[in-house]
Design a protein around this ligand. Structure first.
Ligand code: C5P
Length: 235
C-alpha cells in the first residue's frame, strides 16, 4: 500500500510532544496520515507540525476555523504555509467565509484540501435548538454540507452514521472524513455511536479518523495494519 491508498488518519491527542513522536516513530507514513488538533497545536505549534512532516507524514490540521471571512482566509493561508495536506473550518461561518478561504487557498500552488465541520456530533437536538437552529441535527448536517459543496470546498467532517445519506445526496466527488470509528476488537472509549472501519467505508467515508484504537494499542503498527486490511477487504 502506498501513501495515496491510505484512508486512515491517526488522531494525535497527547499532552506531551514526546508521547506523540514516540507513537509516530512506531508507525509508517505510507500506512496512514496524522491529525493534529487544537490541544497539541496550541501547546507545540508549527514546530510540532514541522517535526511530523519531516518524518514524511501527510497532516490534517484540525483547527476548525470560524471567524469573519478575511480572518479565516488569512488563517488558512498561514496554515497552508505549514504544508499540511488538509485543514478545516466551521460551515456555520457561512458561504462568504468558506468562499474567502477557498479563494485564498486556490491562489496557491499545491493547495491543501479544505473541509468543513457541519454540526458537531456532540450537539443534541436540544443543544442546536438552544443556539437557534431549527430542525433535527441530521437536517442541519445535510443543509450545511450542501452549502459547503456550493461554496467550493472539498468535503465535510461527519459521523459515519451520516455518511450514507450525505454520499447519496451530495454525490461521489466530495470527501467525507469520519471520526467515531472502532474496529470490532477495540473498546468504544467515550464514543457513543461507532461504526467499524469496513462499515464506515461501505457507507461512503473517504477517510477515517482513528485515535485511541491505534494510539492506545500495545502494538500500534499492528493495530493500524489490521484497520488497513479491514478497509482493503471491504471495498
Ligand atoms: O480516540 P478517538 O478515535 O475517539 O479519536 C477521534 C478523534 O476525532 C479525536 O481527535 C476527536 O477529537 C475527533 N473527533 C471525534 N468526533 C467528532 C469530531 C472529531 O471523535 N465528531
Amino acid at each position: 500500500m502506498n501513501e495515496k491508498d491510505s484512508r486512515v488518519i491517526v488522531a494525535l491527542d497527547y499532552p506531551q510532544q514526546s508521547q506523540a513522536l514516540n507513537l509516530v516513530d512506531r508507525l509508517d507514513p505510507s500506512l496512514c496520515r496524522l491529525k493534529v488538533g487544537k490541544e497539541m497545536f496550541t501547546r507545540f505549534g508549527p514546530a510540532f507540525v514541522e517535526a511530523l512532516r519531516r518524518r514524511g507524514y501527510d497532516l490534517f490540521l484540525d483547527l476548525k476555523f470560524h471567524d469573519i471571512p478575511n480572518t479565516v482566509a488569512a488563517a488558512c493561508d498561514v496554515a497552508a504555509d505549514l504544508e499540511v495536506w488538509m485543514m478545516n473550518l466551521h460551515a456555520s461561518g457561512g458561504r462568504r467565509m468558506m468562499e474567502a478561504a477557498r479563494d485564498r487557498l486556490e491562489a496557491r500552488p499545491n493547495r491543501p484540501l479544505l473541509v468543513a465541520v457541519t454540526i458537531l456530533t456532540s450537539l443534541s437536538s436540544e443543544d442546536i435548538a438552544e443556539v437557534g437552529f431549527s430542525g433535527e441535527p441530521a437536517e442541519n448536517v445535510l443543509r450545511l454540507a450542501e452549502l459547503t459543496r456550493r461554496s467550493g470546498l472539498d468535503g465535510v467532517v461527519c459521523s459515519p452514521r451520516e455518511a450514507r445519506d450525505l454520499r447519496q445526496r451530495i454525490g461521489e466527488d466530495f470527501y467525507l472524513v469520519t471520526p467515531g470509528v472502532r474496529p470490532k476488537s477495540a473498546a468504544q472509549d467515550d464514543q457513543r455511536r461507532v461504526m467499524t472501519p469496513g462499515e464506515a467505508i461501505r457507507s461512503g467515508s473517504s477517510y477515517l479518523v482513528v485515535g485511541r484504537p491505534v494510539t492506545g494499542a500495545e502494538d500500534p503498527l499492528q493495530a493500524l495494519q489490521s484497520i488497513n486490511a479491514e478497509i482493503a477487504g471491504s471495498r
